[in-house]
Design a protein around this ligand. Structure first.
Ligand code: IMP
Length: 186
C-alpha cells in the first residue's frame, strides 16, 4: 500500500514518541486530581470507532493509572465529501453517571462529530469529561469543541490516512500517517 502514499506526514516513530508523551501527561493529570468521581472509580476511556482504535490501543498502554475502556461508534465521512449527519451506531455498554470520562478521537476536523458525542455524554452527567485527539485541524473548525489533549496539529488543509484514519475504509492499517497520491482519490 505504501506505493499509494505521496508523502509521510508523521512516521511510526514520531507517533510512538508523541503517544508516550500523551500517556504520561494524562497519567500525571489524573494522578494529580483531574478526576472528579466522588467514588474514585477508575477512569473510563471512551474510544470512538473505528478511527481511534490503533491510537487508543497504544495510548492506554502508555497510561499508568487504573482505567477501564469502552467504545462508541459514530457514522463518519464517506470518502472525501463533507461531514454528513452524525449518527450513533454503537453506544457505551455501561452507565457513565458520576464517572470520569476521557474521550479518545482520531481527528477533530469541523468538530461536528465530537460536539454531538460530548452533548450525548454530558446529559448522562459524568463526574468529569475530557477529550484526547491524535490530530487536530483547527483551521477547519465549524463548532467550538473543547479538546484537552492533542497529539499533532495539522495546519495545512490535508486529508490524511493511516494509523486508524481511512479513505473509503482503506489505509487504516498503515503504521504511519500520510497523504495519498491524487490518483488514489476518486
Ligand atoms: P468532524 O466531525 O468534521 O470533526 O470529523 C471527524 C471525523 O472525520 C473523524 O473522526 C474522521 O473520521 C473524519 N476525518 C476528518 N478529517 C480526516 C482526514 O484528514 N482523514 C481521514 N478522516 C478524516
Amino acid at each position: 500500500m505504501k506505493e499509494r502514499v505521496e508523502r509521510v506526514i508523521f512516521s511510526a516513530e514520531t507517533i510512538a514518541r508523541r503517544v508516550r508523551e500523551l500517556g504520561a501527561t494524562i497519567s500525571q493529570d489524573y494522578q494529580a486530581g483531574a478526576g472528579r468521581d466522588p467514588h474514585r472509580r477508575p477512569l473510563l476511556v471512551v474510544g470512538l470507532l473505528k478511527g481511534a482504535l490503533p491510537f487508543m490501543a497504544d495510548l492506554i498502554r502508555a497510561m499508568d493509572i487504573p482505567m477501564e475502556y469502552d467504545f462508541m461508534a459514530v457514522s463518519s465521512y464517506q470518502g472525501r465529501t463533507s461531514p454528513g449527519e452524525v449518527r450513533i451506531l454503537k453506544d457505551l455498554d455501561s452507565p457513565v453517571g458520576s464517572r470520569d470520562l476521557l474521550v479518545v478521537e482520531d481527528i477533530v476536523d469541523t468538530g461536528h462529530t465530537l460536539d454531538h458525542i460530548l452533548k450525548r455524554l454530558k446529559v448522562r452527567e459524568p463526574a468529569s469529561l475530557r477529550v484526547c485527539t491524535l490530530l487536530d485541524k483547527p483551521a477547519r473548525r465549524q463548532v467550538d469543541v473543547p479538546v484537552d489533549y492533542v497529539g499533532f496539529t495539522l495546519d495545512e488543509n490535508l486529508f490524511v490516512v493511516g494509523y486508524g484514519l481511512d479513505y473509503a475504509e482503506l489505509y487504516r492499517n498503515l503504521p504511519y500517517i500520510g497523504v495519498l497520491k491524487p490518483e488514489y482519490i476518486r
